[in-house]
Design a protein around this ligand. Structure first.
Ligand SMILES: [Zn+2]
Length: 504
């Protein structure tokens, strides 16, 4: 009987085992289980040990000591076992993140968590591993439970004990809340974008008057008069700069965002009652609107939320310039920096809360600014970029499959681009037949090709042909067969997102 395992199993649950102990224990468990074991996954838990086995079908191992004999049981990695693990080992469940800098790492495939953990490990940036919008859940044909479980399994595989967040992203209705609260999400991103009146920016005086009449003052528990008295023709000292709120700017802010604030407040009350005793945090996002959120508008929204008792951990304004999917920032960086400074000052004064950068992947020039001026009060959300890294891994290990996916993506582009902010021109992207095998992974670095592949992920993963999936099964199989290549690609690319914010 191996002494290391005996020692490990009797360890207090809150102590992390040493890597050398895990290695030794893994070898012994491999002999018993008859399958390879991920050493970092070996985790003592109150007289037992849990671990994950490699293989075409991974399994959860549960080791126990019966008298002096080591017993190993293999169980499926299903929802029931994931829920059991979260209950036994709190570090396998998401927790509140609070104000430390965080990186949202959406994983549409459910295979990326180990790579995501490797990307942030040692940076001090908190990973938000279970993050999915309702829209992406629908597009990928997954469930909220599956998103949460994939994070749990990945955290166990890597033996990551530093904690992670979860984000039920872009929630629009109470039903969205119910679905994600039941799956154990701890952060809720309220998206009242459908209630934002983008036309307010361009209204003439008369239209603005009509707009003010239409603001749902009752739901806001205030009046137009009180709102004007609170903000109009006043200047606010925001620790270093004065925010001047003209009467007109306040009127436009109320017309543009009043109904959105009312909706967000109603959603937050629904979340609070649904969660009951369970702790949660809130983000409010208005990033998917047509026009940028000015500092005055941000100030109005955040002040009104505060007045209504809605406490947020982060706010996602719509920043100036273009945050297109999967590519760097397009716009005037000086203007971004000067407005970003003002948004930070507002977030510090009225929270503090973090500024949340949505469509945040690949915005390397924005990270430099945010790291410089935001003093860590930043949350960056990424999702599709991890899918692209999976596609890059496929380009390396299965060029034939990649060529098929790229050709299909060209065909789907016109339809699939409709709901995204993208500006790729297919004519500028190379078609599969124009690329040698060696050039395939690099095609992922070309702006137009990146966006074409980015917006077509849902079609690639769900399109059916000949009575089965066109790509889905092969896509998953290749990544399972070559998981280290997949994790490497993720670690390299997402690491570049975490490093600018590393806590020194
Ligand atoms: Zn967003």
């Amino acid at each position: 009987m191996n002494e290391t395992i005996r020692k490990l199993m009797s360890m207090p649950q809150d102590r992390a085992p040493e890597p050398a102990e895990q290695q030794t224990a893994a070898r012994e468990l491999e002999t018993q289980a008859g399958r390879a074991v991920y050493p970092k996954s070996v985790t003592p838990a109150g007289g037992k040990a849990f671990f994950l086995t490699h293989g075409p079908d991974k399994q959860l191992g549960v080791a126990t000591l019966d008298a002096d004999a080591l017993q190993v049981e293999l169980r499926p990695m299903d929802h029931e076992n994931a829920a059991m693990l979260r209950a036994e080992l709190p570090f396998l469940a998401p927790s509140l993140v609070g104000l430390p800098t965080s990186l949202g790492l959406g994983d549409r495939l459910g295979l990326a968590t180990p790579g995501h953990i490797r990307a942030v490990r040692g940076t001090g940036v908190v990973p938000v591993l279970a993050q999915q919008s309702i829209r992406e859940i629908e597009r990928t044909g997954r469930t909220a439970d599956e998103v949460m479980d994939a994070a749990t399994w990945g955290v166990l595989q890597e033996g990551y004990r530093d904690g992670f967040g979860s984000d039920a992203d872009h929630l629009k209705t109470p039903a969205d809340v119910d679905l994600t609260a039941a799956a154990g999400f701890t952060m809720f991103t309220i998206d009242p974008g459908d209630h934002v009146n983008d036309a307010a920016d361009r209204m003439d005086a008369e239209a603005l008057e009509d707009g003010l009449d239409a603001v749902p003052w009752d739901q806001l528990e205030t009046t137009r008069t009180d709102t004007e008295a609170a903000y109009a023709d006043r200047a606010f000292d925001l620790g270093g700069f004065e925010l001047e709120c003209s009467g007109e700017a306040v009127a436009r802010a109320a017309v543009k965002y009043g109904a959105a604030v009312a909706h967000a407040a109603a959603m937050s009350r629904h979340i609070a009652s649904t969660m009951g005793e369970r702790a949660f945090e809130l983000e409010m996002s208005v990033d998917e609107t047509e026009t940028p959120t000015t500092p005055v508008e941000h100030f109005y929204v955040a002040s009104e939320l505060k007045r209504l008792g809605v406490e947020v951990v982060s706010v996602a304004p719509r920043f100036v310039g273009r945050f297109e999917k999967g590519v760097d920032y397009i716009g005037d960086l000086d203007e971004l920096e000067s407005t970003f400074r003002q948004h930070v000052a507002i977030a510090r004064e009225l929270g503090p809360y973090k500024l949340s950068i949505h469509s945040g992947s690949d915005k390397f020039s924005v990270y430099r600014i945010a790291a410089k001026v935001a003093d860590g009060l930043v949350h960056v959300k990424t999702a599709g970029t991890s899918y692209l890294e999976a596609v890059r891994a496929i380009a390396v290990v299965d060029p034939g499959l990649f060529r098929e996916i790229l050709a299909f993506a060209f065909d789907r582009w016109d339809v699939d681009r409709a709901t995204y902010h993208v500006s790729a021109e297919p004519a500028k992207a190379k078609r599969p037949e124009e690329l040698t095998d060696d050039e395939l992974p690099g095609a992922l670095d070309q702006f137009d090709t990146r966006q074409i592949l980015h917006v077509t992920f849902g079609s690639v993963l769900t399109d059916r042909a000949d009575g089965g999936y066109r790509f889905r099964d092969r896509f998953y199989q290749v990544l399972r067969d070559h998981e280290e290549e997949h994790y490497d690609a993720l670690e390299r690319h997402l690491g570049k997102h975490a490093d600018p914010f590393a806590v020194k």
